[in-house]
Write a protein that binds this ligand. Structure first.
Ligand SMILES: C[S@@+](CC[C@H](N)C(=O)[O-])C[C@H]1O[C@@H](n2cnc3c(N)ncnc32)[C@H](O)[C@@H]1O
Length: 143
């Protein structure tokens, strides 16, 4: 028991130190989350804490809307957002890192997402952004 508590103690300490150091560093040198961590973002553990469908609903996404998700990353929320917009709506996603969009495209090829046909994926370029109303916003942006 003491062993477990000891391990837990150090995990918490290292996690806290990591969070503090990276946040201070991020304030000085802003950088987007590297694509290598995209797989972690889209993991089951995170989704058990942050429910994509609920987040989408709380953002106000409804069937038929045109939605722009800025900073979609590897698509942890994207597929549920797309489902909420439904076949009448459209979800545009944008990310400055091609590495993240590659992971998202790979994810969308899986059979469990074959129902998502209404999705437009646009690479970052301000002039390409849809000008119609933006209904949802999710992400931490660089710079
Ligand atoms: C912390 S990740 C979160 C990804 C996703 N929204 C999620 O919750 O899993 C932030 C993402 O926003 C992207 N990003 C940062 N600044 C951006 C910008 N100015 N325009 C578009 N995407 C941006 C990064 O490349 C990164 O993939």
């Amino acid at each position: 028991m003491t062993e477990i508590l000891n391990v837990l103690f150090w995990v918490v300490i290292w996690f806290t130190v990591f969070q503090i150091v990276t946040r201070i560093y991020w304030r000085i040198h802003r950088f987007p989350l590297p694509p290598i961590l995209g797989y972690m973002l889209d993991g089951a553990f995170r989704k058990s804490l942050q429910w994509p469908k609920t987040v989408g609903k709380r953002c106000g996404i409804k069937a038929g809307m045109k939605v722009l998700e800025v900073g979609c990353g590897s698509g942890a929320f994207t597929t549920e957002f797309a489902r909420l917009t439904g076949p009448e709506g459209v979800l545009f996603v944008v990310d400055i890192q091609e590495g993240m969009l590659i992971q998202l495209r790979k994810k969308l090829k899986k059979s469990e997402y074959s129902d998502i046909s209404n999705m437009g994926i646009i690479a970052y370029s301000p002039e390409n952004w849809p000008t119609s109303s933006v209904a949802a916003f999710w992400g931490r942006l660089y710079p």
